[in-house]
Design a protein around this ligand. Structure first.
Ligand code: AMP
Ligand code: MG
Length: 385
């Protein structure tokens, strides 16, 4: 079995003792607060009450935090970044441009986001995915873009032997996390939904998709935000933007670095804590940072937490002692797919997978708040003190 780098390894490298680590965390929090007062975009946090699914659970809590949506005062004098925020993809979306003052570029990027949402949403009746889910048992022809994402989802389903499964829709529409209809389904309902799930029954032939089982459906919720972020980045670059942050509800994609050549700072949120409380702050240049966690979308019934990453074998949320997985990768579609996949696989198998992939790094957080770093993380991703 591979040895993982844990927070203890990091401590040896960067901190002398627990006390040092604590001081680092405290410093990070103070630093964050200072930066936030200078104008960092904030995203509302969700909180959930006991016994009934709380309405607040419709608001996702991002697990990675953009620490520096705007630079420090000194930098503000040199370049003035522009930022806009909007509610899209059932979450808070923001774009910050550091090397352009053209707000119309942000507006167009938002329109692109709407275009993809209208293509890929499983709930919007006009979307291609909605229509596929209605018609797939008779075969349905999809666009090249939907095919591109579906193929990626299929790849990660195969790679994880179905721990990640893009055909989870019958189950996700039952639990309905992230909506006001979120509820704990009955055992019978879950068992029935499970009979309609299985990526191996989904056939992609050219642009034609066929479901080989009745009642199947596709849910791209685990991968679509990453894909859309990549498309938005491509768009920004085509408009001459080379320094920006795209933040799709905590799914963060950095375009280049800051105009002065320094890195963007991205924080990993402390599980279940306020968004200002980061467990680690990283220097990120031109990379994607995506987390999956049990505290993003969840509700509590009779004191038990039900989160939104579901086990296609049981129909219930994964219970594997992980609280979050954060992936750092070049493309956000891979980071998004891998954060969910690694969460589903658990610490050991997920770590093996990440360590087998080039230029991809992960930090797994277990319920004891221990951080487990993948190979090469410490060497390649600078943790800021
Ligand atoms: P993420 O926040 O990227 O980890 O994605 C979570 C979302 O992916 C959920 O809200 C579901 O829509 C979907 N999902 C949940 N469990 C799985 C799974 N095992 N495989 C694929 N998609 C999933
Ligand atoms: Mg994901």
């Amino acid at each position: 079995m591979r040895k993982y780098r844990t927070i203890k390894t990091l401590k040896r490298k960067n901190y002398k003792s627990n006390q040092d680590h604590k001081t680092f965390l405290e410093k990070s929090v103070i630093r964050c607060c200072t930066l936030i007062t200078l104008g960092t975009v904030m995203i509302t946090l969700s909180s959930c009450s006991e016994n009934t699914p709380s309405e607040d659970s419709v608001k996702p809590t991002p697990t990675v935090t953009e620490i520096e949506a705007t630079p420090t005062v000194t930098e503000l004098e040199a370049t003035t970044p522009i930022s806009k925020t909007s509610f899209k993809l059932n979450t808070v979306v923001s774009i910050t441009l550091y090397d352009s003052q053209d707000e119309s570029i942000i507006d167009e990027a938002f329109q692109l986001c709407d275009y993809y949402e209208n293509l890929l949403s499983r709930t919007k009746k006009e979307s291609e995915i909605y229509k596929l889910n209605e018609e797939g048992h008779n075969s349905y022809t999809i666009s090249d873009e939907t095919k591109e994402l579906l193929t990626a989802g299929f790849h990660y389903s195969q790679l994880s032997n179905g721990a990640f499964d893009l055909t989870l829709e019958p189950l996700t529409s039952l639990w309905n996390f992230g909506t006001k209809e979120a509820r704990l389904p009955s055992q019978e309902e879950i068992e029935e939904a499970l009979t309609h799930i299985g990526y191996q029954y989904l056939k992609i032939d050219g642009n034609t998709v066929t479901f080989d089982k009745e009642g199947m459906g596709v849910d791209l919720g685990a991968i679509a935000k990453g894909y859309i972020a990549d498309k938005m980045k491509e768009f920004l670059i085509s408009k001459g933007v080379n320094s920006a942050i795209i933040n799709l509800g905590g799914n963060i994609l950095c375009v280049g670095d800051k105009p002065d050549g320094s890195a963007f700072l991205v924080g990993i949120q402390k599980p279940f804590k306020d968004r200002n409380e980061t467990i680690a702050v990283m220097e990120i240049r031109d990379l994607s940072v995506v987390s999956s966690g049990i505290y993003e979308r969840f509700f509590t019934v009779d004191g038990k937490n039900y989160h939104h990453i579901l086990n296609p074998a049981t129909g219930y949320p994964y219970e594997n002692d992980l609280t979050s997985v954060t992936i750092i990768s070049k493309d956000s579609v891979d980071g998004d797919a891998l954060s969910t996949t690694c969460f589903a696989l658990g610490l050991e198998e997920g770590m093996k997978l990440i360590n087998s992939l080039p230029d991809t790094y992960a930090v797994f957080i277990t319920s004891d708040y221990e951080l487990h770093y993948s190979d090469g993380f410490i060497e390649n991703i600078k943790i800021v003190e």
